[in-house]
Design a protein around this ligand. Sequence first.
Ligand code: DLL
Length: 434
Amino acid sequence: MLWEPEWEALPRDELETLQLFRLKRLVRRVYERVPFYREGMDRVGVKPEDVRTLEDLARLPFTTKEDLRENYPYGLFAVPLPEVVRIHSSSGTTGKPTVVGYTKGDLETWANLTARVLAAGGVKREDVVQIAFGYGLFTGGFGLHYGAEKLGATVIPISSGNTRRQIMIMKDYGTTALICTPSYALYLAETMEEVGISPRDVRLRVGLFGAEPWSDQMRREIEERLGIDATDNYGLSEIIGPGVSGECIEAKSGLHIFEDHFIPEIVDPATGEVLPHGEKGELVITTLTKEALPLIRYRTRDITHLYHEECPCGRTLVKMAKPSGRTDDMLIVRGVNVFPSQVEEALLEVEGVSPHFQLVVDRRGYLDELEVWVEASESLFFDSMRKQKELVDRITEKISSVLGIGVKVRLVEPRTLERTAGKAKRVVDRRELR
Ligand code: DLL
């Protein structure tokens, strides 16, 4: 279902006319109101009136996470603080958190955008929606909450954590739509099996998962174990939170970007050069309608590519492939680029292992060593040593051939890798500790 068909199915030329109108308005506005943008544009010698076509966007400087940090907390806001009615922020695990603000208008836009995500993922008015994303400074809980209410669904704002309680509520309250990270969905499935509840005992129908990378194989596994249709949705706090793009349940083949609100570009992460349509690189987003914190050419650090295809859902919006990782999540092991998503895909092709894994990188002497810790399934763990060794050999070969470097695989006991209710931690880089 389309939540706002008048916007989601615009003919391409009309969409581009709208984007250009909004882009010009945005550039004028930030030039007048935000010193950071005025200085940046003056530096490259571009005035607001120089933006005459959508291609001119590429003449404007990028905005980065560092820029947000340097202007911490409110320096990039384009409205006075009293007009800001909500603050969220990123976790700030790597330094100062980034602070984002919303006007009343922004909250209205945001609710419509997450309603679009939910509608695309198959959620309807009749659904009972369990939101197991954290409520608080993280944008996941509140972001999807207001969209689900706008859609008219029945919302259970359970927030993250307390897995057994999640399952009890899912069963007793008749949850039909589950919203959380894909890794938490798997953990829920696992815990359900543990307490002897099968998908037939609950009314779950669809699951909308996001906030971290996951593969198509993982989708199949979640769908099977929970007995649902699962779709992906993407967003980031700096841009708005969830609601930047979402997959439709009809095709499940990439995430429609809501281009009437965001202009996506793909650039070479090393040079910043805009790449031709269809090539893989770093996603850069310009917000067209944000009032409190408009961002021009924000470097997301997420890696993906864009493509147009006629979609059975009727949306004319461009699609982005499931993000395969982040430029700053990429490990360089002995000079080779390694993404956790490559390991996940390789693992899911091997029978007898669970998709719970962690990459542990260490340095022995001058040499990097990559270990992949993989949880064995219960039955395998109690199998003979010979069987386990065979499996380790198979996984080692598979991962080594995908990555192009030698790795050491270690089977760990079932349920020993840390589970989180939020984003999974896939990489432990011990090289930095030295
Ligand atoms: O994770 C917003 C969100 C909440 C999106 C709930 C979807 C659902 P941040 O905490 O700022 O915001 O983290 C943003 O998470 O740059 C990506 O690296 C990653 N990410 C988000 N969604 C996906 C996804 C929220 N579907 C960062 N696939 C982004 C892959 C994702 N990575």
